[in-house]
Design a protein around this ligand. Structure first.
Ligand code: OVM
Length: 404
């Protein structure tokens, strides 16, 4: 009988690519084909971690949350060996059973009936913003639209204090940079960190939350015994960390798609099924959250490769979303494509908690835009914003073509 030691291991390809370098983060999509084609799993010398970039292996890692855990951090740092950058998230950086308890609680905070109650208000606010924008010859689709709309609806939904809300974007960019190494991108984003971190700390406290928002609802859940009040504060922090920059860049990247494929916008109509499809395709084509790590809780094997306990595995969500093994013509942004199955919201038990919030924001905005506009075109070069995790745009000058 053959012993397992004699079964030959597939060779593990090594890549020199640094996925947190300026060159990579400026245009990750340029590097993805090499990562997918070199093999189902590879070793990244630059960070001392495994990588997976094909749809099949990315979903496998994310599905197998008992082996590829989140509680040791979903960034490069291993929380078993290094002090976390901030007290760990009770959702993102937790495993079952803790994760399931907090997740069930938070699912109720952003459940469909809660969202439906805000839908008319959000649709009205989207129409108001679009009416303001069509008055302009050109505008910045990032600062005037993609940042403006979520900032008009999300902080109010949470019930945040009015003063200092601009810190939200700074805070989120710090949090997303912190999933990568402590490189120059991380350090340069830390310039305004102290003010943003103290503002967020204050904003999460019950006495600073308005009585009718999602934040207070988390504390009411704590009152009922679903979690402690200290946990409630940290769960509100999750809303603030994950709820703004993600939707902002989701909308920015979608607008970038419209400018790069100028015939696509007009193929969308104002129906929810159509706007939803377009937003999903935007997330597939240019995924806002590019990567997340997992940590092997014990020795395991993936695609025939043995992975030792404690190994970090980087899942390239954005690369999986353009894997030609999974998608037809993956480089094309096509609003009529059925992009479901994309991993832009993740996959498995940690799949985005706020995805319905994001979808409702996008539906409101896209239908308001489509009602008045037939085409969105580029009016100048976009400016990329470097972030260790987010595919982010700082500026995107656009011009609108009006209906009629
Ligand atoms: C959190 C958190 C922070 C950043 C991202 C995220 C994408 C969650 O604090 O729970 O999910």
């Amino acid at each position: 009988m053959q012993s397992s030691a004699n079964i030959s291991q597939p060779k593990l390809p090594r890549l020199e690519i640094d996925p947190f370098s300026e060159s990579f983060l400026t245009d990750p999509f340029r590097y993805h084909p090499q990562m997918r084609d070199v093999g189902p799993i590879f070793w990244l010398d630059s960070i001392g971690a495994y990588g997976v970039a094909r749809h099949e292996e990315v979903t496998q890692v994310l599905k197998n949350h008992e082996t590829f855990v989140s509680s040791r951090g979903v960034g490069l740092a291993d929380f078993a060996k290094e002090k976390p950058f901030r007290p760990p998230s009770l959702l993102l950086e937790a495993d079952p059973p803790l994760h399931d308890r907090t997740r069930n609680l938070m699912n109720r905070i952003v459940a469909m009936p809660v969202l439906k109650a805000l839908e008319n208000d959000w649709r009205g606010k989207a129409k108001t913003l679009v009416a303001e924008l069509i008055e302009k010859d050109t505008f910045d689709a990032v600062t005037d639209l993609a940042e403006e709309f979520p900032m008009r609806v999300f902080p109010d939904a949470v019930g945040l204090m009015d003063e200092g809300r601009d810190h939200l974007l700074t805070y989120a960019s710090i949090v997303f940079n912190a999933f990568g190494p402590k490189n120059e991108i991380f350090h340069s984003g830390m310039a305004d960190a102290d003010a943003a971190i103290s503002w967020v700390t204050e904003a999460c406290k019950r006495e600073n939350l308005k009585p009718d928002g999602w934040g207070e609802a988390v504390f009411q859940s704590a009152d009922r015994g679903d979690c402690t009040h200290a946990e409630a504060e940290r769960l509100v922090r999750s809303l603030l960390s994950a709820g703004v920059d993600t939707t902002v860049n989701g909308i920015s990247n979608l607008m970038y798609g419209f400018t790069q494929f100028p015939d696509e916008f007009g193929k969308m109509d104002t129906s929810q099924s159509s706007t939803r499809r377009a937003f999903n395709e935007g997330l597939r084509w240019r995924s806002t959250v590019q990567t997340f790590f997992r940590t092997a809780a014990h020795e395991t094997s993936l695609a025939g490769v043995t992975i030792p306990e404690g190994s970090k595995v980087l899942t390239f969500l954005a690369a999986a979303n353009r894997d030609e093994r999974r998608w037809d013509n993956p480089e094309a942004f096509s609003v009529t494509r059925n992009a479901s199955g994309h991993v832009g919201f993740g996959h498995g038990i940690h799949v985005c908690l706020g995805q319905m919030v994001a979808r409702m924001e996008a539906d409101a905005l896209l239908s308001a835009l489509r009602e008045k506009i037939t085409r969105i075109t580029s009016a100048g070069p976009p400016v990329i914003r470097l972030n260790n995790t987010l595919c982010s745009i700082a500026s995107l000058p656009v011009k609108l073509e009006k209906v009629g």
